[in-house]
Write a protein that binds this ligand. Sequence first.
Ligand code: GLV
Ligand code: MG
Length: 303
Amino acid sequence: MILRSLLFVPANSWRMMKKSMKEEADAVVLDLEDSVPIDEKETARWFIKDFLEEVENKKMKQNIIVRVNSAGTGLLQKDLEFVVQKGLNGIVLPKTESKEEVKETVKVLEKLEKKRGINKKVFLIPLIESAKGIINLREISFSSERVTAISFGAADFLRDMGKSYVKLSSNQYELLHARSTISVTARANNQLAIDSPFLGLIIDKEGVKKESEIASKLGFKGKFAIHPSHVKIINEVFTPTKQEIEEAKGIVKAYEEAVSRGLGATTYAGRMIDEVHYKQAKEVIELMKQIKEKEKNGNEDDF
Ligand code: GLV
Ligand code: MG
């Protein structure tokens, strides 16, 4: 699955939900959690239910994901009852701190999918945003085969650590351990690591780019966006560049030629290359293939 950009949309706004489907995000995340005030949660649940019914039989290019309320709120069960519908692809589970939270959610999903004749399995993306979540990440990651990605919420994480996003240092080293733990754990279980939304000034495009690059360097495969204008920047950072693709093709060609001559290593553009470079180059090419495949599809009708 390709999840480079995941655009958050408050689910109490029908207009924004509809509009988000015109953006180039790989996923839209209809939010029932922190962007929706408590007395609008019920309205938002109905909006999501109606929205999912509208997209149900259409081929959509985006994954449609819902961020439900967290396990401790008493709202989760009802959220799931509304949003587990045929048009739903995945759930973001915010403030996840234990494998039990995932397992409980899986039980509810299984029941609802069965009851509603949903053939596919809704996937889960735990959102890790506390020290406890980081400490328990290994078991959270391995708790269910539905966990296809692990995501990071920097604002809540910093709050939990007694820090504030506003005072974050420019290299963001306060987040380094949490980010590295998430990307390495996700990779160990063949899951995608998804970075926190950029929470600086909305107009700060350079800031979005820089933060996306930090995450990409640490092994993240995508990032949440809280504004449509961030989507393109994020997509670009998490897409191999022309130069990277050319280089990957060159490495594959040079290495395969070497192997056919009975060699295990050769040179490419002045550097020694062997199997590791070959494997890495193949991954770049495969990722690009998936991205191209995905971008071929548009949305049906007025979406
Ligand atoms: C997102 O939910 C965050 O807390 O950063
Ligand atoms: Mg949060």
